[in-house]
Ligand binder design. Structure first.
Ligand SMILES: [Cu+2]
Length: 147
């Protein structure tokens, strides 16, 4: 293989192109289903604890009707977020930390979830203080163990 002079530049250009292509396609999209039933559980997100990288997107699919996503505790600097019932919704996670969210109509029926962005657990103490009602109390404790 000749990699001298101009060919060398072409070679370097190719390598840089490959690196940037793989860099841009790095961000992932994770799908979570909003369900009325999953095994023995009722009113549930198909993934309860999602660990994602900064820049990843989660799409919550409205597979069964009557659900949404409402952030209740998140890292500093993240704005409030509440989606419409019965609608698919996506959110791109740009700020690292733990996000706690609920389904507004089923927040005391155990329909809650956590997202950890960029392996950052620095707001764990604040997350732990979140008040959960009814069935969600026990489920919340179980989810925290998965962090
Ligand atoms: Cu729900």
């Amino acid at each position: 293989m000749k990699i001298k002079g101009l060919n060398m530049f072409k070679y370097i250009f190719l390598i840089i192109s490959f690196i940037s292509i793989s860099f841009y396609s790095y961000a992932e999209t994770i799908e979570i289903e909003m369900l009325n039933k999953l095994g023995k559980e009722k009113m549930v997100y198909s993934i309860k604890v999602a660990k994602v990288d900064i820049g990843d997107t989660i799409i919550w699919k409205s597979v069964d009707k009557g659900h949404n996503v409402q952030f209740v505790e998140m890292p500093d600097g993240v704005e409030k977020f509440k989606s419409k019932i019965n609608k698919d919704v996506e959110y791109k996670f740009e700020i690292p930390g733990i996000y706690l969210y609920v389904c507004t109509p089923h927040k005391s029926m155990g329909m809650i979830g956590l997202v950890v962005v960029g392996d950052d657990l620095s707001n764990l103490d604040k997350i732990k203080k979140a008040k959960m009602g009814g069935k969600s109390k026990k489920i919340f404790k179980e989810l925290l163990k998965e962090l």
